[in-house]
Write a protein that binds this ligand. Sequence first.
Ligand SMILES: [Zn+2]
Length: 811
Amino acid sequence: MKIYRLILAILILHNLCIAQNDTKTFLNDPNNKPREHSVDITNMKVEVSFDCPKGIVNGKVTHTFIALRENTDTLFFDAPGIKIFSVKLDGTDCSFTTNNDGLTVYFSKKLTIEKSYKLTIAYESTPKRGIYFIGWKNQNIADTKTQTRKQIWTQGQGIDNRHWIPMYDNMNDKFVTETVITFDSDYEVLSNGVLKSTKINSDKSKTWHYAMTKPHAGYLLMIAIDKYSVKKTKTTTGVPVSFWYYPEHPEKVEPTSIHTEKIIEFFESETGVPYPWESYSQVMVQDFLYGAMENTTATVFGDFFNVDSRGFEDRNYIGVNAHELAHQWFGDLITARTGADAWLQESFATYYSKIFYGVIENSDKVKLINKNEINAALKASETDNFPIRHTSGGTSRVYQKGSSVISMLRYVLGDINFKKVIKYYLTKHAYQNVETNDLYQAIQDVAGQNLDWFFEQWIYRGGEPHYKVSYKNNIDNTDITIEQIHKTNELIKLFKMPVNLAVYYKDGSVDRKQVWIEKQTQTVNFTNKDKKDISFILFDENCEITKKVSFARTTAELIAQLAGAANMIDRYDALLELKNISLSEKRDALLTSYKKEKSETFKAEIISQLANDEKTINFLLTEVQNSSNEIAKALVNNIKTISPEVKDVFIKLFETGSYDLSEKILTRLCSEFPDNANNLLKKTEEIFINKKIYGQNNNIYIKYLELSSFYGVNPDEKTMILEKLSSDLYEFRTRIAAMEALKRLGICNPSSVSKMLDAVLSNNGRLSGPAKNILKYFSEQSKYKNIIKESINKGNYTDAEKKIFKEGGFY
Ligand SMILES: [Zn+2]
């Protein structure tokens, strides 16, 4: 919501940016153009009701807007496939036309600049995207605890709300939204903002009226409907928090909703900006297309994150929870003007989620996540070198690399100035759009620093530095030589960074220097008057920089680094380098390190390196029984021979471990001891199945059915259950796992094929993708080809659906 002068100012500023972009953009980005608009929408009120089995939205939307230009006599709204009944401007009918993209409204007289208008559109749509009707076609839901739910939920980002609301669907205009939803009063409805009122209608239906008080971008509008229960809490800073959950699973509330309040409080203190909205809700939905979505005040997340305490050990919602919450500031409060600046949202959300682990765990965990981010960046560079700020940057740049770059920005600016910059930048642009230049300027304003070089090499250009490091020990000094050996071109230049170097001596003393490395080759000299023996040398101590390093070190140096480096991440680096070193050389060092280190990831890596060492197996077996699932998994995944002693320990872990661990052990033991499979499956029944403990998304149940069928325990009955689990009676993760099991069993019959075909037609790419692969696998075998072909011909499929099957190569 902006007044005209502001728009003008932004336009002028934008022109300046373009001028600047001539020197700052090193790779043409034709998709990066802010969309033009001749009015500024200030309010959008959406009133809807639904026909669920048919997937129909009946709606009315009222846009309040201010004309931004003279001579405006038409207005376009995104509304692909929406049937428009009427359009009224301030109560008077307007003429309109529609095409595949949307609706054009014609005004009988030109709009007056800076004047406010109200335009109401009555419509109906049967959208394929944007809003999703889950489970309504299914009449045979016997068990709401395990089978599909009946829900409606929306997903607006990127540009999908336009499929069910005729609207200006672009991130560069912000407006206050209101949502008025009429639905069955047995259900609960969540939307953005504050619930202003509810009322029961004469037909017993109920109407919920939600409204925002501050503007946000249209893609952040949401609705979620199911028979939810709501847990309400408050942060110590007074933010009301609601957690919307399935009442059938109260045991999952605590493990899933853990830390939400703490995350908000941490982000408030970290950014210096109070949570910018009236309240925060989270709602779980079935068959969600992504992990979660940061709709303003109301995050939607996939119910595969809805875990009990055992499932929590394998996969939990904490990281995603923090990521989506960070978006309430980075994305919702300030919003990128175009897709090229998506990093201002995603990299920051990823960064703040990462540093939250410093609160609930420690800084070592943050460093390990950062290390993974660096690896993701280097991996992406094997394919291309798009900059972070580019519409083709790709997810690992916009998420992981961007987050590692923000960590470097903090390293360069220092903690105090980094936090001051973020507070200033968020406050200055609150409820508005931003681009990279706004952050760059905030640094100039707050810290007086010109970070041209930083933005150029890390944001506007691509690639990462590859340093080759070597050292020469002279009589009373040491030369460390650093070469930048990556290929340079128009897009990737030499990098400039302050780098921490450390020389560790055998007497325990350390010499440290921070040096600006920016030339192709630089030599840094450390004096060593006392002629001390060098133990090992660290380049970029504590791993601050996103980079690749080639630094040949001896085993003795690596073992000394594993034992003596001050920071965990440097010790971990040595551990990874020791991977291919013989056990006899590293065993003692690894065992000493294991006893000293706190990090689970660190310990799991040691276990995986020692897993096949006969001399330490007894120690390992004791350890895995007293440690986390991560450590136990490292042994189960890496051990090659399962002796009777190992088997006994594995069976104990099978009974008490996390669901993934139990599934892994069951699979491993059955294949290792096929003669004993029946006993193991009986045990699975006793421990899990008879008690209706089916695992996360039925993983234990499905593995049990698959193995029972494979080892001939009532195979027909078991495959029939698997087929049922692959049907639309179940959520998508169960369906995929059941289909994968059927694939391994080689089961392909008309009944199983019809369920796979149904999955292929799903709007959820996370279901249709794997289903396509499995059907393709079967259709490539002559014995199954005809079964699939007949199923398609006999089924009641439309031509459009048959086209999808043809494109999938199934017939
Ligand atoms: Zn995100």
